[in-house]
Design a protein around this ligand. Structure first.
Ligand code: ADQ
Length: 466
């Protein structure tokens, strides 16, 4: 980071960068924070007994200060489970049919963002650089500006930004736009998300395009550009060398050595297209019978947001499909689908990636999707597997050498899986080498460095009359 200021990260959940389970994003942000002796602020993940939110906890992770805040039950239900996960999450994933825009959700969302801003403002120094993450906290900069904060504030949206007609269906979407204009820099995952942003602010707020992603409206300026997120390749290589990972790999090779393994690793979320994936796999078995008694899909789907009813229905649908496919095609000594509804320890992920001939990353819509990148990073360069990737994952914009599929087209997806399973070695190597070079060059460290350099280079604003 070129600026000398302290880095302050704000996100719904705070990760402890020193814990291996924290994952690449926490590690990358932790690195950036450590360089400036930074602060990470967010929800503690705890729901307090108190009627009001706000108890603050402080701890340290090396040079990084971690500050978290508890939420009351009502704030959790409206801000987190409500507006964030039942209104914004589905709407921004193009699923207006699943969105619930209850008024109580919206007021809770505003209330918690205001509370976050009040708690954070009290801790800020004048030369801090603030980086806010994700859809839970879109209005945070506006709230901070209202309290007189003039620091540089950047925002990164980890999930997609849909085209203007979908955004315009969000009740009171004007506040959304106004909120974006309180930031100095808005980062999006892909070029097409950035195009949607450009069209949205120009069509709905009459914003003027200033070039290079700059826009002016409402008496404010913002820069909005794509910053595609990557993974920490070195972290995965380290994990792959761990005892846990080696043991799991040996076990998988013993169990499945004479089969063709396919792997899917996701949170159990409707955006990930899991029922479509299971149907494509069923079609593969029906249309290409040479895969019977051989192709085995290991699908790990970790539980998430279980209090939301759409997730419960999805769980039942998947269990039904897995049971049906195994019942119809399985043998005493072979089950086509191994479906595990639980979180898989991060340190054991490399083993799964390495043993799988094919990875199925087929979301109906995804901001980026890091699983495909992790899979590519973990392949044996001499004998790599094949990535089947949805064209609707943000990653598809960069990973053109994957087998790109439309997950809604079940027969075509089955055909692509068949092609992946039969792909000759030379073609696998060629595709893999190109993908790996890209993933190495554009890793998560490059992502955070580029974002923060861009934010630091933004002219300090003489904030903020509007
Ligand atoms: P997620 O929707 O959570 O994140 P994704 O990128 O698929 O999406 O996964 C994030 C991490 O979680 C990966 O490191 C993956 O290995 C891990 N993970 C996923 N399922 C797991 C499981 N069942 N067991 C163990 N680990 C699992 C959001 C956006 C994405 C975007 C990321 C980062 O929705 O589009 O890529 O943020 O910006």
């Amino acid at each position: 980071m070129s600026s000398s200021g302290r880095l302050v990260i704000v996100s719904n959940r705070v990760g402890d960068p020193r814990k291996a389970a924290a994952g690449g994003l926490a590690v990358a942000l932790g690195d950036a924070l450590a360089k400036s002796g930074g602060l990470w602020f967010g929800w503690s993940g705890k729901v307090s007994e108190d009627r009001a939110s706000g108890e603050v906890h402080r701890s340290r992770s090396g040079p990084v200060e971690l500050v978290t805040m508890d939420l009351s039950q009502a704030d959790h239900d409206t801000y987190y489970a409500g507006y964030s996960n039942q209104a914004l999450w589905p709407a921004l994933h193009y699923r207006l049919d699943l969105a619930d825009f209850a008024a109580g959700f919206f007021s809770g969302y505003q209330r918690v963002n205001r509370l976050f801003a009040h708690k954070l403002a009290a801790m800020l120094r004048p030369d801090d650089v603030i980086w806010v993450h994700d859809y839970h906290l879109i209005p945070l900069a506006d709230e901070l500006r209202a309290l007189g904060c003039r620091q540089r504030i950047g925002f990164f949206l980890h999930i997609p930004l849909p085209p203007p007609p979908i955004l315009a269906a969000i009740p009171g979407h004007k506040w959304l736009m106004r909120s974006f204009f309180a930031y100095d820099l808005v980062g999006l995952q892909t070029r097409s998300d950035a195009d949607h942003f450009a069209r949205f602010v120009q069509e709905e707020a009459g914003a003027t395009a200033l070039g290079d992603g700059g826009f002016e409206a409402l008496g404010r300026r913002v820069i909005a550009r794509p910053f595609p997120i990557g993974i920490d390749v070195a972290e995965f290589q380290r994990l792959a060398g761990s005892n846990d990972s080696r043991q799991t790999e040996a076990m998988l090779k013993k169990q499945y050595g004479h089969r063709q393994l396919l792997v899917g690793i996701d949170r159990l979320d409707y955006s990930k297209g899991l029922p479509h994936r299971f149907r494509a796999f069923r079609e593969l078995l029906a249309n290409y019978p040479e895969n019977l008694n051989s192709a085995t899909l290991i699908q790990i789907a970790s539980p998430t947001r279980e209090s939301v009813s759409a997730y419960e229905e999805l769980r039942r649908e998947l269990e039904g499909l897995a049971g049906e496919i195994n019942g119809a095609h399985g043998e005493l000594d072979w089950m086509p689908i191994r479906y595990l509804h639980r979180t898989w320890a991060r340190r054991r992920l490399p083993a799964l990636y390495r043993c799988a001939r094919v990875a199925l990353v087929t979301p109906l819509r995804d901001g980026m999707n890091l699983v495909g990148k992790e899979y590519v990073a973990m392949q044996d360069e001499a004998d790599p597997g094949v990535l089947v990737l949805s064209r609707f994952a943000g990653a598809a914009e960069q990973m053109r050498q994957a087998l790109l599929v439309n997950p809604y087209d079940i027969p075509a997806t089955a055909q692509a899986i068949q092609r992946a399973l039969r792909m000759p070695l030379a073609e696998r190597q060629e595709r893999h080498a190109a993908l790996l070079a890209h993933i190495r060059e554009h890793d998560v460290h490059e992502w955070s460095r580029t974002f923060l350099d861009t934010l630091s280079a933004v002219e300090m604003r003489t904030h903020q009359a509007a």
